[in-house]
Design a protein around this ligand. Structure first.
Ligand SMILES: O=C(O)CCC(=O)C(=O)O
Length: 276
């Protein structure tokens, strides 16, 4: 098993629910990656936002290769074990002076995955700090299990449809996660996190990549598009496999079906079922 992380870091992840400041891409590599990002942004149609760039690792080899970079996989392997897959990616880009926020949430609340054992890598495309809307987390909140989420008040500019009830948590413990471009944070799927607006004159771009151990199964009735890409170890046998894209830049044109997009969780009662 690859041990890219020290035992202390692995223990910190278990206790705190996240790790940050892990270096991956050099400055030279990030220059090239940011140049190439322009080719992805060019695929958006007029009126579409960067939030549309979701699961384009299925159609863009450029994004697929970032998701499967061995340096990232080495870190993830230290946390998820030897057999895991990659299944999702999307951009969280806040342009300068963007009022958009991301409300408090647990990723797992949005996902029809069982058991709840997945992790997210957040790759900084820009230097990110408190001034341009860095992500914030409640350390150790993943240890409290799932918390209730409610519909977002659209007036608050949150890009997510559901928001966690954080009233039982001490918000005095909240920490920001600044990152240098090319480095990553990793968070547990039950960790409560949020991000404020970006009032600065600097862009704040992050690329999230989601990984799960092979035993994690998706409910395809809720997300029929779910496709897995074996990342390390055995090939996952319990979810449909994706096809590695050939084109360097390509986009998806589908109606997204996940709870995250469609806000169907109340109708399907997914979490209500899981919590029993
Ligand atoms: O980048 C952000 O502001 C939020 C990211 C997020 O919610 C996630 O990675 O799950």
């Amino acid at each position: 098993m690859t041990q890219a992380l020290h035992l202390k870091q692995i223990q910190d992840f278990k206790n705190q629910g996240f790790l940050t400041g892990l270096p991956v891409f050099s400055a030279v590599e990030m220059d090239k990656i940011n140049q190439e990002l322009a080719n992805i942004l060019n695929l958006l149609k007029p009126g579409e936002s960067t939030k549309e760039i979701r699961e384009w690792h299925e159609t863009s080899r450029f994004l697929f290769d970032i998701c499967m970079d061995t340096r990232i996989l080495d870190y993830v392997e230290s946390l998820l074990g030897t057999d895991f897959y990659m299944w999702a990616s999307n951009f969280f880009i806040k342009e300068s002076r963007s009022t958009e926020t991301v409300g408090w949430h647990q990723d797992a609340y949005y996902w029809p995955l069982h058991p709840v054992e997945s992790a997210t890598v957040w790759l900084a495309f820009d230097d990110v700090d408190e001034g341009n809307g860095a992500m914030q987390v409640i350390p150790s909140s993943h240890g409290h299990g799932m918390v209730e989420h409610h519909r977002t008040n659209r007036a608050d500019d949150s890009v997510l449809s559901l928001q966690a009830d954080v009233s039982q948590f001490d918000l005095g413990t909240v920490v920001s996660i600044p990152l240098k471009r090319g480095s990553i944070s990793i968070h547990d799927d039950k960790l409560l996190h949020t991000s404020p607006a970006n009032p600065s004159n600097r862009r704040r771009a992050g690329f999230t990549i989601r990984y799960s151990p092979n035993r994690v199964k998706c409910d395809l009735k809720i997300n029929p598009h779910f496709r897995v890409f074996p990342a390390r170890g055995e090939t996952c046998q319990i979810n449909p496999l994706g096809e590695i894209p050939m084109r360097r830049y390509g986009r998806l044109f589908r109606q997204h079906q996940s709870i995250e997009e469609s806000g169907k969780e109340r109708e399907t009662g997914f979490w209500t079922r899981q919590k029993r």
